[in-house]
Design a protein around this ligand. Structure first.
Ligand SMILES: [Zn+2]
Length: 244
């Protein structure tokens, strides 16, 4: 199965900002990347609407959402999962909620699984599964789910959201829910460093960082980028074609 993970906000748009200054866009990215590697390792194909703070669309909210939907549709994902943090004017508001466009169907099923796994794993208040006409839920051509991990406006939950251990648990819960729904067995995430090429999660490319320099095995790296490598034995020349 192929999943499009959409870390909410990014680039020019920080999303909601917590009382301690934590930005929603940083949390959603960290959780999406972590979830992506669990799923990739479990046999899913994973791509992201963004895999860093760099966004590929123009800085307008209208364009932003359309671009995310277009990436999911063009990539022919079987599932679109948008990851957000909640926010409210009162600092006491807290908990987890998950949305689908309709109350029935595949998206609603996945939303229920995601909500249950998140609540079980993170132990925050269960605000339930809801329906909403969010742009990204309405216009995606595949089952689409949007989850609100916790409230960034709640000082206690903001602290949790900033914690890498909490992010890892949230990611694993999301990945487990998706894996269960699509009949995959959740595998452990690959050891760091992980690799994303053109917003696609990639595994099976041996790489390591030594003293600040990245070493990758050329042939699998180029193959994962869609290119090819040839070796000229006579002249001992490596010839790389980055485009097929
Ligand atoms: Zn958001």
């Amino acid at each position: 199965m192929r999943v499009c993970l959409d870390p909410g906000h990014g680039g020019y748009d920080p999303g909601a900002v917590g009382p301690g200054g934590l930005k929603e866009k940083d949390v959603t990215l960290a959780v999406a990347l972590r979830a992506g590697f669990y799923l990739q390792e479990s046999g899913a194909e994973v791509f992201f609407t963004r895999a860093s703070d760099r966004v590929s669309w123009l800085p307008e909210v209208g364009r932003d959402l359309a671009a995310r939907v277009e990436i999911a549709n063009r990539g022919q994902a079987d599932l679109y999962l948008s990851i957000h943090c909640n926010s409210a004017p009162t600092p006491e508001a807290g908990g987890i909620e998950t949305y689908s466009f309709r109350q029935m169907g595949k998206a609603a099923e996945v939303a229920r699984l995601i909500q249950a796994e998140l609540v079980r794993e993170l132990g925050l208040r269960d605000r339930g599964v809801k329906t909403a006409g969010f742009y990204v839920l309405r216009h995606t051509a595949m089952p689409a789910v949007l989850t609100e991990l916790a409230f960034i406006s709640n000082p206690r939950e903001e602290k949790l959201l900033s914690d890498p251990g909490f992010q890892e648990r949230a990611a694993k819960a999301l990945a487990r829910a998706v894996a269960v729904h699509y009949g995959l067995v959740l595998a452990p995430a690959p050891a760091a460093p992980r690799l994303v090429i053109d917003n696609r999660a990639v595994t099976g490319v041996p790489l390591q960082v030594i003293e600040g320099r990245t070493w990758v095995e050329l042939r699998p790296f180029v193959a994962a980028s869609g290119g090819t490598v040839e070796w000229n034995q006579e002249t001992k020349t490596i010839v790389v074609y980055l485009k097929p």
